[in-house]
Unconditional design. Structure first.
Length: 233
């Protein structure tokens, strides 16, 4: 596996689902919410656990926003624009401008028990990511389109105060189309599948402010993505 393969792996990892910038809980019907989140990735400190490209150190930060709207009792639609900043350190000079992406998401939620202490959620989305990498005197263009579906559970833990805690866990399946090219040549134009998971908690700090933190991970590698965000209802 060479350097370009490592970059493709990183871009693939960044398509993992994240709740950090939009709440997983439903809204009142007809109401909307605005969110802002931060997502980051750091290489594992134990280089032996990484791929054969372990000599290439890289970091990634992603700033994401969200606009949520509750269509009915169960269904919420969300639009999530974002911009990613990749910091790749190697023996060669690599320049990566800020990388935009956008996602359209549908989320359905509902109770699983009479006490309403356990909810389910089901989610489907389409997301597109674009990254341009300048290396060796040429520009490489990476375009990903990710069709994702999955679901999981939300545990509702009430307290005597206005602070409410809602841990969640979900499993997701993605079908990703990837195109890698220069202005003259196409290097990659294919699709592949990816299984990911996410565990986190949504905290209701007040009736209008929710704080979300989570860890997204792949079932195929040891790398993880950390997420934190806030949603204003």
């Amino acid at each position: 596996m060479h350097k370009r393969s490592l970059l493709i792996f990183l871009l693939t990892l960044l398509t993992a689902p994240a709740f950090a910038q939009t709440g997983i809980l439903s809204l009142p019907i007809g109401k909307s919410a605005l969110g802002l989140g931060f997502q980051w990735y750091d290489p594992p400190s134990n280089l032996e656990q990484r791929t054969s490209n372990a000599q290439h150190r890289f970091r990634a930060q992603n700033i994401r926003g969200s606009l949520d709207y509750q269509l009915n009792h169960q269904l919420k639609v969300s639009f999530l624009p974002s911009v990613a900043f990749l910091n790749i350190a190697s023996q060669d000079t690599i320049d990566v401008p800020p990388s935009p992406s956008a996602e359209l998401r549908l989320t359905a939620t509902g109770p699983l028990d009479a006490e309403k202490t356990l909810d389910y959620f089901v989610r489907g989305s389409v997301r597109s990511d674009y990254t341009q990498i300048h290396s060796g005197g040429r520009a490489l263009h990476y375009l990903n389109v990710n069709l994702m579906g999955g679901g999981g559970f939300i545990f509702k833990l009430e307290t005597a105060t206005q602070w409410q805690f809602n841990p969640f866990f979900g499993v997701f399946y993605s079908n990703i189309w990837q195109n890698t090219s220069t202005t003259r040549e196409i290097f990659t134009d294919d699709t592949y599948n990816l299984f990911t998971g996410e565990a986190g908690v949504e905290i209701q700090a007040s009736p209008t402010t929710h704080i979300i933190g989570s860890v997204a991970f792949s079932f195929e590698t040891s790398e993880v993505i950390y997420n934190v965000g806030i949603s204003f209802r």
